[in-house]
Design a protein around this ligand. Structure first.
Ligand code: MCA
Ligand code: AMP
Length: 507
């Protein structure tokens, strides 16, 4: 069992004491030592306090990967605030809901999110200020306005909120997942123990920091174990392969799409092979046994697949030592429990049912949404919405999801949100959105549409894709639009998505 956790910041601060001059973060030819990163983060915390941030206030991070994300995130925690990371690809409608629901007092933004927030400002009543990283923007404060001389600040109360991460659902708008400092610390300590994370580890991180995979595993694991992270703006297969072949990296984390793209790149560059990488981890979506096997035959190593969720952090893992089985997600991390069926009536070995989890890592509820919280828990057990079975050895295999969810390239898309968007188009009478198997993305978003009688011309597939792209983050946009005369429905009038799924998968 891991020791009683306090907060990731406490674990980080302990590493600063132990190895102040060790490298911690590398970004674009600049390296921060532990001491430097802590000093600068405390400077941001002081800047946030001077700006007026009070304990428990939410600060949204609509930031692309970069040192400012890391400094702002650590600074918010030290200043007693709650970080609300958001996908920088979100469009106005998605951002409006999250920033207003969270009641964000401040948003720190970069990249594409800047223009969306600029247009939204009048519709964000709780927002007191807006910071832009990079080029100056009229009406926004510059990043430098948050940099103050560092002062020493107390570590956060472990029971207080550290993160509010929005995740969509099958019903209603995106919900804020409340994660405390203790939740995050418990999870990263369990992960560190299971994967043998050491101060000698150097992680190549090409995942976005605005999700739990990049942030709660990649960044937290590095900072709490005294290792270093080589942070990149985004995933690029050639850049990844070149860096993995340099001998300077010991860990790589990715979503399955990254592994299949890495394999395609390896075919084109037989001269580049990973050197000294002790662990490749895949998660966020199912890793196909084909990719698992191809990776082993090309790179001579197996990928360790694990299973996680925003609400829970990392849940189960294949072993560090010992056989890793393709298509399975392994056993619970230390200190956690998994059951299949229901807490009052667990399923027997091999029987498929809903997956429930418990442990100190489990979130404390959905932000200002007690009904959704109540619906998701039975006592200490949280219903993941995934379906799976356990074997005699307690190894979990996921077979599907009880909720309607498409995972495309590791990003979640809720069909209902895309359907609702399509239905606002004047030429669309009915719409059903499903995920079809895709060799690159795992699943791709496909819309089946019944056209209405618009005043103007009938929409084309391209029109509808563009229509969605203008209102939703681009990865939610259907990659294929199929026109149908009618949607298959059951006697209750509910769309038979299983029928669409079967017919279209066979095409
Ligand atoms: C980008 N595009 C996508 C996706 N990503 N379309 C569908 N699915 C995607 N995942 C679109 C873009 O909008 C664009 O469309 C076109 O593809 C090319 O964009 P580009 O920026 O070049 O994309 P990319 O670099 O190829 O991105 C693929 C990617 C990325 C590297 C796989 O999606 C990614 O980083 N995914 C990781 C997501 C992640 O971190 N998930 C963790 C969630 P257009 O041409 O129309 O403009 S946390 C979680 O799930 C739990 C906790 C867990 O267990 O980890
Ligand atoms: P998110 O809500 O973005 O945190 O996504 C969590 C969901 O991703 C889980 O509920 C699973 O459906 C899925 N997921 C994560 N890891 C895996 C995995 N290794 N295999 C299959 N599905 C996974």
């Amino acid at each position: 069992m891991p020791t009683t956790p306090s907060s990731m910041l406490a674990l980080f601060a302990a590493q600063v004491q132990r190895r102040p001059d060790a490298p911690c973060l590398a970004w674009d030819h600049t390296t921060w030592t532990y001491h430097e990163l802590q000093t600068q983060a405390l400077g941001v915390a002081a800047g946030l306090r001077a700006w007026g941030l009070t304990a428990g206030e939410r600060v949204a991070l609509a930031l692309d990967n970069g040192p400012e994300f890391v400094l702002a995130y650590l600074g918010i925690g030290w200043a007693g605030g709650v970080a609300v990371p958001v996908n920088t690809q979100y469009r106005a409608g998605e951002l409006r809901h999250i920033l207003n629901d969270a009641g964000a007092a401040l948003v720190i933004s970069s990249g594409q999110a800047v223009e969306e927030i600029a247009a939204l400002r009048p519709e964000l009543p709780a927002l007191r200020d807006w910071v832009v990283v990079g080029a100056e923007h009229g009406g926004a404060l510059p990043w430098s306005s948050l940099l103050a001389p560092p002062t020493s600040l107390p570590l956060p109360d472990p029971t207080s909120l550290a993160l509010l991460v929005y995740t969509s659902g099958t019903t209603g708008r995106a919900k804020g997942v409340m994660l405390t400092h203790a939740n995050l610390a418990a999870n990263i300590q369990a992960v560190s123990q299971a994967w043998g994370w050491a101060a000698t580890d150097r992680l190549l991180l090409m995942l976005p920091l605005f999700h739990v995979h990049g942030l709660g595993v990649g960044l937290h694991g590095t900072l709490s174990n005294g290792g270093s992270v080589d942070l990149r703006p985004r995933f690029d297969p050639l850049e990844a392969l070149t860096t993995l072949a340099s001998g300077k990296v010991s860990l790589f984390f990715g979503v399955p799409t990254m592994y299949s793209r890495l394999l395609a790149q390896a075919q084109a560059r037989p001269d580049l092979r990973p050197q000294g990488v002790r662990l490749f981890v895949s998660g966020s979506a199912p890793l196909s046994p084909d990719v698992f096997q191809a990776f082993e035959s090309v790179f001579g190593q197996t990928i360790l697949e694990r299973y996680g969720m925003t609400e829970t952090g990392m849940l189960t893992t294949n072993p560090l030592h010992g056989p890793r089985r393709a298509g399975t997600v392994g056993r619970p991390f230390p200190g956690q429990a998994v059951l299949v069926g229901s807490p009052s009536q667990p399923a027997s070995t091999g029987q498929v049912g809903p997956v429930w989890v418990a442990g100190p890592n489990i979130f404390s509820g959905y932000w200002q949404n007690p009904e959704a919280t109540r619906a998701a828990f039975e006592g200490e057990w949280f219903n993941t919405g995934d379906l799976g079975f356990l074997d005699e050895a307690g190894v979990l295999t996921l077979v599907g999801r009880a909720r309607e969810l498409i995972i495309t390239g590791g990003f979640n898309v809720y069909p209902r949100e895309v359907e609702e968007t399509l239905l606002t188009h004047p030429g669309v009478a009915e719409a059903a959105v499903i995920g079809l198997p895709d060799p690159d993305l795992g699943e791709r978003v496909v819309a089946v549409v019944v056209v209405g009688r618009p005043e103007g011309p009938m929409p084309t597939a391209d029109d509808l894709m563009e229509f969605c792209r203008a209102q939703l983050a681009p990865y939610k946009k259907p990659r294929q639009v199929i026109f149908a005369a009618a949607l298959p429905r059951n006697a209750m009038g509910k769309v038979r998505k299983d029928v669409l799924q079967r017919e279209l998968s066979e095409r």
